[in-house]
Design a protein around this ligand. Sequence first.
Ligand SMILES: CC(C)(COP(=O)(O)OP(=O)(O)OC[C@H]1O[C@@H](n2cnc3c(N)ncnc32)[C@H](O)[C@@H]1OP(=O)(O)O)[C@@H](O)C(=O)NCCC(=O)NCCS
Length: 160
Amino acid sequence: MRIRALQKKDINAASKVFGEHTYPWEEKSSKSYFRVSLDSKIRNPVYHCLKYWVAEEKGKVVGVVGIHSCKECVKDVYWLGYIAVKKEFQGDGLGTRLYEKAEGEARKRGGRLFCLFTSGEEEQGGSVKFYKKQGFKVAGRIPDVYEEGDDQIYMFKRLK
Ligand SMILES: CC(C)(COP(=O)(O)OP(=O)(O)OC[C@H]1O[C@@H](n2cnc3c(N)ncnc32)[C@H](O)[C@@H]1OP(=O)(O)O)[C@@H](O)C(=O)NCCC(=O)NCCS
């Protein structure tokens, strides 16, 4: 298993790994997001950092992770982007390896805070537990963002 930078040829596979777990519209938005993240020519002015990696096993993409930091936001605050591991590869430390790649990059770039948001549905035995294991704390929530009763949970980790 190796973790390497996302390339153009990975876009469909990477968004499928993520799309496997979530709403269909997310797969569409992740595709355009991934495209910007790897095309240095696009140089989206919104980001000073947008980077994605994939985990590859026998030529197949089985995991994905990314970070971004927005020019309009505070420069040393980094956000965890999509993170997902194909179901049959979960529970074996790959999510942690991918996460560490992302956090390592944020640290290398002088990141002070690492933040993320996720669905309130993830609080019940979902990825919130995984994020807490990586050292994140819950900062707060916005009610009913995804749908009535499904809040958006904000989490953060201090890197400095
Ligand atoms: C979250 C995710 C990336 C973790 O990947 P993984 O390869 O299973 O993670 P790891 O094997 O490194 O797990 C590390 C620890 O977190 C725990 N953990 C991981 N995913 C978990 C989940 N969904 N619920 C509860 N605990 C979880 C593991 O049990 C493990 O605990 P341990 O160290 O006590 O054994 C993976 O579950 C996933 O792809 N989930 C679906 C997509 C998703 O929800 N992404 C986040 C959207 S915001």
